[in-house]
Design a binder for this molecule. Structure first.
Ligand code: GLN
Length: 603
C-alpha cells in the first residue's frame, strides 16, 4: 500500500478536498486503484451533530456513517463507496483509546498522546486503507489521506506527529506528501507572494514532515521565478510545484494537475513507474461541456441554510449532474423558507416579495432535508404553490414530509395536520416519530444509511426514472416518517405512496400522478449522484423543469445542447430573457474553493 498525504497551509477553505480528490482521479487514470481517508481533527465523534450552518452538509454513507462533506467529493470523483471508518476524528481515536484503557489493555502504563494516541491513529489508517471501496476484491494500490484543517492548528498536532512517524515507518518510496498552499497576489503590486507558503512549509518541516509536491492555489499560473523561489526556500524540486489557478468548474482540476504532470512527481515519490499516460477524456469532455452550457434551468431551492451553499453541497452537485446531462445551465435561486411565510409579509415585506418572486420565476422547486421547525411553514407554502401551479417539485426527506403535511391540510382539510417533530400534540399527526429513533441521544440515533425501497407499481414516474427496477437502495437520515395509519386516507384522496420499505409500512416515495412532476422521497438521492451518472429523481426534476420528462422516460433520445448561445429562451410557452448567470455559476471552482467558511476549523 502506498500513501499520499494531503495537508493544507496558510488558510482553510483552499479546496484541499477537491484537490485531494482530483489527485485520486489522476492516479486512477494512471491505472491505479485508489481509496481515501479524511482526517478531521475536531473532537466530535462524527459530523452527525454538527450544524450545516457552521460546517456544511453532513454527508451520509451506505453504512450509515454521518461524515464530513469531503467524503462526498471522494465518492463522486472516484466513484467509490466509503465506510464510516474512512473518516477519522479526534473523538473516534480518543474513544477507542479510552475504551482500551478501561478494558485494561494498557494495564500499569500511563496512557499518553505519544505513543498511545499516535499508535492508534497509525493502526486506524493501515486498517482502513485496506478496505476495498471500488467494488473489486483486495485492497487498493494507493490511499489518499487528507488532513483537515491547516498546519499549525492545535487539534491536528497528534495527527501530524502520527503521520510523521508513519511516513518513517512505511519508508521512502511508499509515502508522498502534497502540501496545498496559497500564493496570494497583492493588488497594489500584482505580485505573487511566496512568504505565506514558505512559513507553512517551515512549520510542516518543523513537525517532521517534508513535502514532495507543492500545490499552490493562486488566481493565475505561477511565474517561473516564483516557482524557483519557492523551490529554493521549501526544498521542493521546481517541477514538483504545481499551480491550482482559478478555473470555471471543478472538473478542470484533475486536468490542471495532469497538464502540469503532477502524476509524474507523485509516482516517482511512490516508487511507481508510470504504466500508461493518464487519460482523462471523460473529464475533459465534461469540464468543457459544462463551460459551454447556456440554456438556463432555474431551480428554486427552498431551504433553511440558504446563506451557505455548502449546507446543501450534495443536493447542488446532484442538480448539476442532472443539468449537465440534459445540456442545461443550472441556476439555483436560494429562497429562504422563512421569507415565504405570512409573518414575513409584515415583518420583512421586501424579503417576502423577493422570495415569492424567485419561487414564481423558477422552472422547478426543490425542498431539501432539514431539522427543526424554523421555515417549515414556508416549505409547506412552496409545496402548495408547486402542487397547485403544476410546477415540477422534488421534496427530499423533510421536503417529502412537508408535501404530505400540505396535502393533508389543503386536500384532506385537516387544518392542524403536522409532524409530531413540530407539534407534539397535533390531532392529525401525518408524520410521526419512528420507534427506533432516540429523543435523548443525538449522535447516530436516526434511521441512517442504505435501505431498500420497493416500487409498488411500474406505472409511475419514479419507477421509470429508476429504469423500471423493482427495488432501489438509497441513503437515509431521519427520525420521523409518514404515519402508516393515514396512508389509505391519503391514497383515497389521490396521493400515491409508490415506494415502500420491505414491511410495506414505511413510506419511501410519494407521487402525485396528475401533476407534471410532484415527487417526494424519504431518502436522500443526492448522496449517490455522480458526474456522468446523475441521480434518477434529480434527472426527473430537471427534465420536467425543461419539459423533457416525457422524452426522458419514454426513452427517446434527449436533445443535445445547442452550440451557440441564444438571446431569448422559450420556456413554459413564453419567451423569457435569458437569466443572468453569475460568473462561475453555482459550481464555479472559485465558489467551491473560497466560499467554504468553516468557522470552527482553525485559522
Ligand atoms: N427532520 C426530519 C426527520 O427527522 C427530516 C430529516 C431530514 O430531512 N433529513 O425525519
Amino acid at each position: 500500500m502506498k500513501y499520499v498525504l494531503v495537508t493544507g497551509g496558510v488558510v482553510s477553505g483552499l479546496g484541499k478536498g477537491v484537490t485531494a480528490s482530483s489527485i485520486g482521479v489522476l492516479l486512477k487514470a494512471c491505472g491505479l486503484r485508489v481509496t481515501s481517508i479524511k482526517i478531521d481533527p475536531y473532537i466530535n465523534t462524527d459530523a452527525g451533530t454538527m450544524s450545516p450552518f457552521e460546517h456544511g452538509e453532513v454527508f451520509v454513507l451506505d453504512d450509515g456513517g454521518e461524515v464530513d462533506l469531503d467524503l462526498g467529493n471522494y465518492e463522486r470523483f472516484l466513484d467509490i463507496t466509503l465506510t464510516k471508518d474512512n473518516n477519522i476524528t479526534t473523538g473516534k481515536i480518543y474513544q477507542q483509546v479510552i475504551n482500551r484503557e478501561r478494558r485494561g489493555d494498557y494495564l500499569g502504563k500511563t496512557v499518553q498522546v505519544v505513543p498511545h494516541i499516535t499508535d492508534a491513529i497509525q493502526e486506524w489508517i493501515e486498517r482502513v486503507a485496506r478496505i476495498p471501496v471500488d467494488g473489486k476484491e483486495g485492497p487498493a494500490d494507493v490511499c489518499v489521506i487528507e488532513l483537515g484543517g491547516t498546519i499549525g492548528d492545535i487539534e491536528s498536532m497528534p495527527f501530524i506527529e502520527a503521520l510523521g512517524q508513519f511516513s518513517y515507518r512505511v519508508g521512502p518510496g511508499n509515502f508522498c506528501l502534497i502540501h496545498v498552499s496559497l500564493v496570494p497576489v497583492l493588488n497594489v503590486v500584482g505580485e505573487q507572494k511566496t512568504k505565506p507558503t514558505q512559513h507553512s512549509v517551515r512549520e510542516l518541516r518543523g513537525q517532521g514532515l517534508t513535502p514532495n509536491i507543492l500545490a499552490c492555489r493562486s488566481t493565475t499560473a505561477l511565474d517561473e521565478n516564483v516557482k524557483a523561489k519557492l523551490s529554493q526556500f521549501c526544498h521542493v524540486p521546481q517541477e514538483n510545484i504545481v499551480t491550482l489557478y482559478d478555473v470555471p468548474n471543478i472538473w478542470h482540476i484533475p486536468l490542471l494537475l495532469k497538464d502540469q504532470k503532477a502524476h509524474e512527481g507523485i509516482l516517482k515519490a511512490l516508487n511507481l513507474s508510470s504504466t500508461k499516460e493518464p487519460s482523462l477524456r471523460e473529464w475533459t469532455a465534461r469540464a468543457t461541456r459544462c463551460d459551454l452550457l447556456h440554456e438556463p434551468v432555474r431551480i428554486a431551492m427552498v431551504g433553511k441554510y440558504t446563506g451557505l451553499s455548502d449546507s446543501y453541497l450534495s443536493v447542488l452537485k446532484a442538480l448539476l449532474h442532472a443539468s449537465v446531462e440534459l445540456g442545461k445551465k443550472l441556476i439555483v435561486d436560494w429562497v429562504p423558507a422563512c421569507d415565504l411565510e405570512d409573518s414575513s409579509a409584515k415583518e420583512n415585506p421586501n424579503a417576502y416579495k423577493a422570495a415569492w418572486k424567485l419561487l414564481k420565476g423558477a422552472d422547478g422547486v426543490l425542498v431539501p432535508g432539514g431539522f427543526g421547525d424554523r421555515g417549515v411553514q414556508g416549505k409547506i407554502l412552496a409545496a402548495k404553490y408547486a402542487r397547485e401551479n403544476k410546477v415540477p417539485y422534488l421534496g427530499i426527506c423533510l421536503g417529502m414530509q412537508t408535501a404530505v403535511i400540505e396535502y393533508a391540510r389543503s386536500v384532506l382539510g385537516l387544518r392542524d395536520a403536522n409532524s409530531t417533530e413540530f407539534d407534539a400534540n397535533t390531532k392529525n399527526p401525518c408524520v410521526i416519530f419512528m420507534p427506533e429513533g432516540s429523543k435523548t441521544h443525538m449522535g447516530g440515533t436516526m434511521r441512517l444509511g442504505s435501505r431498500r425501497t420497493h416500487f409498488q407499481s411500474k406505472e409511475c414516474k419514479s419507477a421509470k426514472l429508476y429504469g423500471n427496477k423493482s427495488f432501489i437502495d438509497e441513503r437515509h437520515r431521519h427520525r420521523y416518517e409518514v404515519n402508516p395509519d393515514m396512508i389509505a386516507t391519503f391514497e383515497n384522496a389521490g396521493l400515491s405512496f409508490i415506494g415502500k420499505d420491505e414491511t410495506g409500512r414505511r413510506m419511501e416515495i410519494v407521487e402525485l400522478p396528475n401533476h407534471p412532476y410532484y415527487i417526494g422521497a424519504q431518502f436522500h438521492p443526492e448522496f449517490k449522484s455522480r458526474p456522468g451518472k446523475p441521480s434518477a429523481l434529480f434527472l426527473g426534476l430537471i427534465a420536467a423543469a425543461c419539459r423533457q420528462l416525457d422524452t426522458l422516460i419514454g426513452n427517446a433520445p434527449i436533445k443535445p445542447p445547442n452550440g451557440v448561445a441564444s438571446k431569448k429562451v422559450r420556456q413554459n410557452g413564453k419567451t423569457k430573457k435569458p437569466a443572468k448567470i453569475l460568473s462561475g455559476g453555482v459550481y464555479g471552482y472559485s465558489n467551491v474553493l473560497f466560499k467554504r467558511f468553516r468557522f470552527n476549523r482553525g485559522l
